[in-house]
Design a protein around this ligand. Sequence first.
Ligand code: ADP
Ligand code: MG
Length: 244
Amino acid sequence: APAPGTNPLAHSIPPQQEKVSDEVAPFVGAKLFEQLPISNRTKRSLADAKFINMTAIQRAALPHALCGRDVLGAAKTGSGKTLAFLIPVVEKLYRLQWGSMDGVGAIIISPTRELAVQIFEELRKVGKHHNLSGGLLIGGRKDIDSEKGRVNRLNILVCTPGRLLQHMDETPNFDCTQLQVLVLDEADRILDMGFANTLNAIVTQLPKQRQTLLFSATQTKSVKDLARLSLKDPEYLAVHAESA
Ligand code: ADP
Ligand code: MG
């Protein structure tokens, strides 16, 4: 390829395409999970759950997220956003050999307990052939038993915002300093429910050297404001209703 600035057609390339790195490019047209640069463990887990063809938001987001980019992904409810963030979370921790370690490597924030439980069930499927550990931090009966210090030993925490902040502020030895990936799921709903300040308090306590994936059904101004606060040079991906 010609050096930057020497391509006479460069000005006509839309910014979105111009940003696709050489690392991401080979996977941009992929339609099957099988074609992605992911571990055989994840491929087997997806196949066992009968996940074969990617949805539009998965095709759009996974090549970027798997290369470590921050992503803001917008697509309607039911379009498969959960796998678009769970696969990169599991892959990153697997590549870093997190499964043989104790500690919080990824935090997934969901607006409600019910959605957190659904994410956790999907995580069980994606993580089936991995040895990563995970738990729910949502209050109530399904909450991790933090008395025994387990919170700190788990690799992937699926949380509601209030409960997570409470642990950050009150649980002795709650340690997020090694965090690799932060996921904000249903960000529009998190904000609609009045959790903006809680989210800010959480994000300011997390290491800045991390990957952040933000998913939302809608792209409101408050979602974009949150993205500015929490994402670094993100890939903006909006999948429209017809193709989602
Ligand atoms: P969203 O978060 O965008 O509302 P979900 O991630 O909850 O959507 O996915 C909706 C449903 O579609 C779930 O039951 C999920 O298991 C299923 N699903 C997601 N991706 C795929 C896929 N690639 N192939 C088949 N089913 C899928
Ligand atoms: Mg969802």
